[in-house]
Design a protein around this ligand. Sequence first.
Ligand SMILES: [Zn+2]
Length: 148
Amino acid sequence: MKELTEQEFQDRIQAIVRAQKIFIESGIITNITDAFKLYQEVLAEREREIFITSSTGGRLPAALDKYIRPKCSKCDADMGLRVINEPKGYRNVNGYKTCWECFNCAHEEYSYKTIEEWMKELNVKSQPQPQPKSSPCGGKEDGIYYSS
Ligand SMILES: [Zn+2]
């Protein structure tokens, strides 16, 4: 899978949210799991693999690197988020939506949260602040103003 740029990543997440809104608010589907499933069936295969970790233990898509992910409770290694596509049923008895998987010890932590909920919950790593442009009214380059 090719790595997504941050913009592509955001576009895809927004597309998923949009799709859910369309399906649910239109009344076509009332269940968010079904909406997401339909979205996956309707739209491209790649979208749903944004958060899925490589089964060979490869690195996460670069776009996910900006989020502070939970550490494994067993060994403190990085964890990756797997999307559970099975609706609640005999193959997903508890109706889990996602699962954090440890890259190191394969410990699993199942969750009822969707990837959108995780997106909102995970903190974004602090980025270096872009340099503010100097303002025409004499502001200093670093954005700090001193009174004399
Ligand atoms: Zn672990």
